[in-house]
Design a protein around this ligand. Structure first.
Ligand code: SAH
Length: 628
């Protein structure tokens, strides 16, 4: 799922060593591996190519979005040189050395996605990514890929000139009139963007300009000042037409209206109309060609919207006074959950172009255009539920690292987001919420995923053990989730009890259990019952959330309960901040454990009746017959 955006993807190896390296990588990436006929096929996911690699590449070139080579860089350059066209259409080209130490983003770093794929593969292989683009080294989002997560369309302009101004660290003015502002939130402090508009500081002389707007700007061909435009898809076209109006007529009418109002057709999200037009061939064909969603509403729904130009004639015919204006407004406000609870009065404000009628002898359309607050991404969202382990980067699984790096947005508690800072990618949205706001964090993740982003929700330890994963799935269930959109993937992590155990020895060698002493979400009676059962059952027990500033007595009750069933000198380990900089470990016993500091950063490990200490190691015997 993580690599979906790069499919179809192929890898090429020409030696046994390279085949071995790429084979397991390809299984994780779901890529097809090609080897020459002289090498044996490992399994059905590997294919032979016949004849020369050069000829084979030419055949598969147009069908694939990414190529991974385990070959000398020089050889790869010679092979692909005749096939390269331009950076907007060339596939991502990646080279890996046969030892798997380096992953090189060779070609199509930005638009082809090679820089991103390189980082992901480097995480998978625990290799060093080699990325040479200027924006990457400045920790900035590539300007030619800035809007991709939000589904913005790229307009014309001097993209190379603007990128060069950014790479030269000159001031670049950004005029954003629509679309998400989230890309701005995590820019590095010394970023080159200047957002002043229309109040422009006279002393600032920008070297380039970026427009982010649905309005069509005209860039004079003679101008040497580099300018580019991104179009967030915020326009909804409300459409009515007489039966049988052709796709061509609809296309040209929409273009005419956009031109008249200086709107870019690239900023169109979709078409909205009345339900009786759901089978109108011209509209269907037009939407199919443009890949626009087509929303249809009943006359009753459209009737609820107050429009500036209602028509009595239309009302008599179809039961609502307005098709184009009402449908445009409805589309712009209700296509997405965000638009849920708007006041009627606000709805009208979204109407940008009032009803326009365009006719010929036998064809006619009415067009109105409304602007939605939030752009349409055209993407299906994903949620990665990621466990980041106890704290240090080398205790995170490579798969979790890849997920963190791939995500468009990362959500978590600020301490954890700081710990994983080195794994983050430039241009990522990062949102932290206070530790008490877990439910809000889950909601926010779902909101962003519904909108179309890939979102990594980060928990410490394992995300499914007193972590965020359950909250997200519960919230999805409560919102009638279909199990598919957003898609979910869970990435396990080393949980606190494993981390704590590893630091003190092998205390979990026999049956064990985890009990959280937090009674904020669970009644104390229930916790008490479990403590008693664990103590009676002679389970090695890990206590999570043992004591906080407001919950001081629970750990005392836990100790008292265990003392009823277990000896006072039963080994206890208090492991605080395992694998973090301020780690501390105290080995004590059941009677004395409360003489030491225990807080919310501590995991308490209570041994069973046969656990012992030896040379400062806590050991629980493996055998059932403890006398052996
Ligand atoms: N999902 C987490 C647990 C969150 S509950 C996991 O799987 O580890 C929070 C509790 O976990 C803390 O109160 C503490 O008891 C324990 N904990 C989390 N990280 C820890 C660490 N690095 N060292 C010791 N205990 C830790």
């Amino acid at each position: 799922m993580i690599f979906d955006g790069f499919h179809p993807m192929v890898a090429i190896a020409t030696t046994p060593q390279a085949t071995e390296l790429l084979h397991s990588l390809c299984q994780r990436l779901k890529a097809t591996l090609y080897v020459p006929e002289t090498l044996p096929l490992i399994d059905t996911t590997t294919l032979h190519y016949q004849g020369s690699l050069k000829a084979h590449l030419a055949t598969i070139w147009p069908k694939n979005r990414a190529f991974i080579f385990c070959l000398a860089t020089g050889a790869v350059i010679r092979l692909i040189a005749p096939l390269l066209k331009d950076k907007a259409s060339d596939p991502a080209i990646i080279v890996i050395d046969p030892l798997g130490n380096y992953v090189i983003s060779l070609c199509s770093g930005h638009q082809g996605g090679a820089d991103r794929l390189t980082q992901l593969i480097a995480h998978e292989l625990n290799a060093t990514p080699i990325i040479t683009s200027a924006s990457h080294s400045l920790n900035l989002p590539g300007i030619d890929i800035l809007g991709l997560p939000f589904g913005w369309r790229k307009g014309s302009g001097d993209w190379t000139g603007v990128s060069h101004a950014i790479a030269s660290q000159k001031t670049v003015q950004v005029i954003q009139e629509a679309g998400s502002q989230l890309w701005k939130d995590n820019l590095p402090q010394n970023h080159p963007f200047y957002f002043g508009f229309p109040e422009i500081d006279e002393t600032i002389e920008p070297a380039a300009r970026i427009w982010i707007s649905p309005t069509q700007r005209k860039f004079a061909e003679t101008s040497t000042f580099p300018k580019v435009q991104w179009y967030p898809r915020v326009l909804w076209v409300g459409l009515g037409c007489i039966r049988g109006t052709s796709q061509e007529f609809i296309t040209s009418a929409i273009e005419k209206v956009c031109q008249k109002y200086h709107l870019a057709t690239e900023a169109i999200t979709g078409i909205a109309t009345i339900d009786i037009k759901a089978d109108e061939v011209g509209i269907i064909e037009y939407c199919q060609e443009k890949q626009y969603p087509l929303l249809t509403y009943s006359a009753d729904v459209l009737n609820t919207i107050k429009v500036p130009h209602p028509s009595e004639v239309v009302k008599k015919e179809v039961g609502t006074g307005s098709v184009a204006e009402a449908a445009a407004i409805y589309g712009a406000n209700y296509w997405f959950n965000y638009g849920g609870n708007r006041e009627k009065i606000e709805l009208e404000k979204s109407l940008l172009v009032p009803k326009q009628v365009i006719k010929s002898d036998n064809e006619a359309v009415t067009i109105a255009i409304a602007q939605s607050e939030l752009e349409y991404t055209g993407r299906e969202g994903k949620i990665y539920l990621v466990g980041m382990g106890p704290g240090s980067l080398d205790q995170i699984t490579p798969a979790a690292k890849t997920a963190i790096n791939e995500a468009d947005a990362i959500i978590g508690y600020s301490l954890y987001l700081d710990l994983i800072k080195p794994l983050r990618r430039s241009g990522q949205i990062v949102e932290s919420l206070p530790i008490t706001k877990e439910k809000e964090r889950a909601q926010r993740a779902i909101e962003l995923a519904h909108w179309g982003l890939s979102v990594a929700v980060i928990s410490s330890g394992d995300c499914g053990i007193y972590g965020m994963a359950g909250l997200v799935l519960e919230a999805l269930k409560n919102s009638n989730w279909d199990g598919k959109n957003p898609s979910i993937e869970v990435f396990p992590g080393i949980t606190a009890l494993q981390a704590a155990a590893a630091r003190v020895g092998t205390p979990l060698m026999h049956d064990f259990c985890a009990i959280s002493l937090s009674d904020l979400l669970t009644p104390w009676d229930v916790i008490k019952k479990r403590l008693t059962a664990a103590a009676m059952g002679d389970f090695v027990t890990a206590l999570y959330n043992p004591r906080s500033q407001t919950r001081q007595t629970q750990i005392i009750e836990a100790q008292t309960t265990f003392l009823q069933y277990r000896n006072g000198n039963t080994p206890v380990a208090l492991v605080r901040c395992a694998y973090r900089q301020d780690e501390s470990i105290i080995l004590t016993n059941l009677s004395e454990m409360l003489n030491h500091k225990i807080d919310m950063l501590t995991t308490v490990l209570i041994g069973n009746s046969s656990t012992f200490f030896h040379q400062n190691w806590m050991i629980t015997p493996r055998g059932y017959n403890v006398n052996n």
